[in-house]
Design a protein around this ligand. Structure first.
Ligand code: TRP
Length: 366
């Protein structure tokens, strides 16, 4: 493009090199963790930016109702990259948000050819089970399928078409197809429908998403503004997460099992994957490593600790320093991560078994 502005394609996995440029190009504000109750992802810059998050902090201060809305693309195993959004749903739920979670089964069918029954199976047995095991509660939660939404939601997904143009869609998404247009409109309705009068009317909504979903957020915010006179919609707030690196140091993808660790993975298998496949920021030999030190910023074992496996900031900083100075070797760092991972997976998998009994409570709400 002439002005070199990035176009993000939300249907392709993206690899962001320069978050600062991205924030500038797309008007994303840097997050200020001081305005929010403590959370590891905010503290560590894993949530790096936001749009009108102040509406949510004000609602929190004044004890006013607000909504957390997000969606999931049921494309395969639930892995550590997905866990970030799940933890954020739970964070906002614990702060009092009403939660809307859309299973993007229509989008998965239109853009990836995944049959609806397959989506349903994955959404429940992979996503929902893990959400419950991580702490999501059924109270004030609407877990719904795009293909089964209520009539007001369905109609909204059509009416939004009147508030945009083909050229606008092209400039937001780049290449566009009928399937992508319908998927985008469905997502706009996902995000805005909690403000319809049948759902209690206008209120602030926060949408936690991976940065790849940014174009949908921008379209939704613009359309919300244009529907203001009819619906009094408040443009939704959003927070954007960095994308977790895959095991090999590049992209994490559900279609490549050696790029991720699933939350249902056998801990021994996970340990093997980390040992064998996790990209190391260490030096080629021990002598060299002791002399030059490692690079934690590109070391995947370290990144796993950073993304949450080591919740203690002080300990994390110590590991960072020791690795950088060469005191801590690559194999030793991997062992720290493997131990943490083993404990996490073992505990979590017990919770997954218990979670099974709760699924019904979420289904009853649809
Ligand atoms: N498009 C999202 C994805 O690919 C899924 C999604 C559907 C979503 N509806 C949403 C995300 C509403 C946020 C809000 O993962």
């Amino acid at each position: 493009m002439a002005n070199n502005k990035l176009v993000i394609n939300p249907w392709k996995s993206i690899d962001v090199k320069d978050y600062n440029k991205l924030m500038k190009d797309f008007g994303i504000k840097k997050i200020n963790p001081k305005n929010l109750p403590d959370n590891l992802y905010f503290r560590r810059g894993i949530i790096f930016g936001e749009k009108s998050l102040n509406l949510i902090t004000v609602a929190l201060e004044k004890n006013k109702p607000f909504v957390m809305m997000t969606g999931l693309m049921p494309s395969g195993k639930f892995h550590f990259g997905h866990k970030i959004i799940a933890d954020l749903m739970i964070y906002f739920q614990q702060l009092g948000a009403e939660c809307y979670i859309a299973v993007a089964d229509v989008e998965a069918y239109l853009t990836r050819g995944i049959p609806l029954d397959k989506s349903r199976e994955l959404a429940i047995n992979e996503y929902l089970i893990n959400y419950i095991a991580l702490g999501l509660k059924p109270e004030k939660t609407k877990f719904y399928f795009q293909s089964e939404g209520a009539i007001d939601y369905m109609n909204l997904s059509k009416y939004v078409s009147k508030k945009t143009t083909y050229n606008e869609l092209k400039s937001i998404y780049g290449e566009i197809t009928p399937e992508k247009i319908i998927s985008a409109f469905t997502q706009v309705a996902d995000i805005l429908h909690p403000q319809l009068s049948s759902y209690g009317g206008p209120k602030p909504i926060v949408v936690p998403v991976g940065v790849d979903q940014l174009p949908h957020i921008n379209l939704t915010r613009d359309i919300a503004g244009r529907m203001k006179s009819d619906y009094k919609f408040i443009p939704p707030s959003a927070i954007f997460t960095k994308l977790m690196p895959g095991l090999k140091g590049d992209k994490m993808s559900s279609s490549d099992p050696y790029s991720y660790i699933a939350l249902s993975e056998d801990p021994k298998e996970a340990a093997k994957k980390i040992k064998k496949h996790a990209f190391s920021g260490g030096q080629a030999t021990i002598e060299e490593h002791r002399k030059k030190g490692g690079n934690p910023d590109i070391d995947v074992a370290f990144q796993m600790l950073l993304f949450g496996l080591e919740p203690d900031d002080k300990k994390l900083q110590q590991i960072y320093n020791d690795y950088k100075s060469g005191k801590l070797l690559s194999g030793e760092l991997k062992q720290i991560t493997i131990d943490k991972m083993t404990t996490f997976l073992t505990e979590h998998q017990k919770k997954r078994v218990k979670a099974q009994a709760q699924v019904k409570k979420f289904m009853a709400k649809v």
